[in-house]
Design a protein around this ligand. Structure first.
Ligand code: SAM
Length: 356
């Protein structure tokens, strides 16, 4: 990657968040910015909306409720950030359009840094405005901004506990390979780590998600009335404490844990657990009232268990009448929906809703 080599040549070493930003987002070789669509069954990882369209359909009931609260006289703005293949937004909009809503038009937006994803979204979803950046969405709208598995990709610094203070993980090169290095932590990095690290011992590794907080503030600034809803893997600072020895940064490639992030920049996803306390604080600082759910709790609250019961009744009816294909379709829909609720899998992801 030319930009990476240029930066390492200029400065000798760069902080991990700058490395991550180049590896994922550089227009010339960044993992998300270039290459194929990443979030599909034959891509590198599988997300909830790729597992089942009932994820988007269930989210539609939440969006409808927010529209009822906020959008009596204004367009219902629905923004999905990091919209990938459209597997969340598409069923969500289909279900929303079929609902009894305020008599306001629905204005859907999809934000994607990936060219391949933007092309897919335009082809898949009628009338959606597909853009590359959140800043293009007008501010002070009424509706909902959604992001599934986006925050875990936003560039983060890495702080390392040293004595009573913090060092910072850097990236450098010996001319052939990329290497880890350590330097003094920047003051903002040390302050964030101190605030959100939870109880940690010497050598503990804390991902410092400052850019995530900035993204949350920018997303909430799009809304005058409505909600920012983010879904991701992660935990509270205290819940993450047991993972601090190794840290939580990891890579994914073809559905498997990939190599060290420094080995093949631009070719693997780089991700980490999201610090939910930091998400809550960023939303509160931006003026939102915040509620945290597990994904299973949230989807159950918005009717997914009831949909599963309906599908089971349908499956039984088809079994009785000997309609094999429809029975198998109902069965497969039930299996997908149950995967969204699994307590040791997707059901344990966190949903954080910031309401303004
Ligand atoms: C893990 S995938 C999730 C895709 C989709 N939300 C889903 O659940 O299937 C992350 C997506 O976010 C996009 N992305 C990453 N950072 C972004 C950013 N800062 N703004 C917009 N899109 C971003 C990537 O291109 C990728 O499609």
């Amino acid at each position: 990657m030319a930009r990476l080599m240029q930066r390492l040549g200029e400065g000798g070493r760069i902080p991990f968040d700058e490395f991550m930003s180049i590896a994922l987002y550089d227009p010339d070789g960044g993992y998300f910015a270039t290459g194929p669509l990443r979030s599909e069954a034959d891509g590198d990882f599988l997300t909830s909306p790729e597992v089942s369209p009932l994820f988007g359909e269930t989210m539609a009931r939440f969006v409808a409720s927010e529209a009822g609260r906020c959008c009596a006289k204004t367009p219902i703005t629905v923004v999905e950030a990091g919209a990938g293949s459209g597997s969340l937004l598409d069923p969500l909009l289909v279900a929303l359009t079929a609902m009894d809503l305020p008599p306001s038009p629905i204005e859907p937006w999809a934000i994607e840094v990936s060219d391949a994803a933007r092309r897919r979204l335009e082809a898949r979803i009628p009338d959606v405005r597909v853009v590359a950046s959140l800043e293009v969405v007008p501010a002070r709208r009424c509706g909902v901004v959604l992001a599934n598995e986006l925050l875990d990709n936003l560039p983060a610094a890495i702080a390392v506990r040293r004595g009573a203070g913090w060092a910072e993980r850097m990236v450098e090169t010996d001319g052939e390979s990329l290497l880890w290095a350590e330097g003094p932590a920047r003051p903002a990095v040390a302050a964030w780590a101190e605030r959100f690290c939870g109880p940690v011992v010497e050598g503990s590794i804390v991902e410092v998600q400052i850019e995530m907080g900035e993204w949350i503030a920018a997303a909430l600034s799009r809304l005058q009335c409505g909600s920012l809803l983010v879904v991701d893997y992660g935990d509270t600072a205290a819940g993450l404490a047991s993972r601090r020895e190794e840290g939580t940064v990891r890579t994914y490639s073809a559905h498997h844990l990939g190599p060290d992030p420094l080995l093949l920049p631009g070719t693997t996803d780089i991700t980490m657990d999201v610090n939910i306390d930091a998400v809550v604080e960023a939303m509160e600082e931006a003026g939102a009232g915040v509620t945290v759910f597990t994904q299973a709790e949230f989807l159950t609250q918005w009717g997914l268990q009831d949909r599963i019961a309906e599908l089971r009744a349908l499956e039984l009816e088809h079994a009785r009448s000997g309609a094999t294909m429809p029975r198998l379709q109902a069965h497969s829909a039930i299996t997908g929906a149950r995967a969204l609720l699994h307590p040791r899998g997707l059901g344990d992801f966190r949903v954080v809703v910031g309401r303004v």
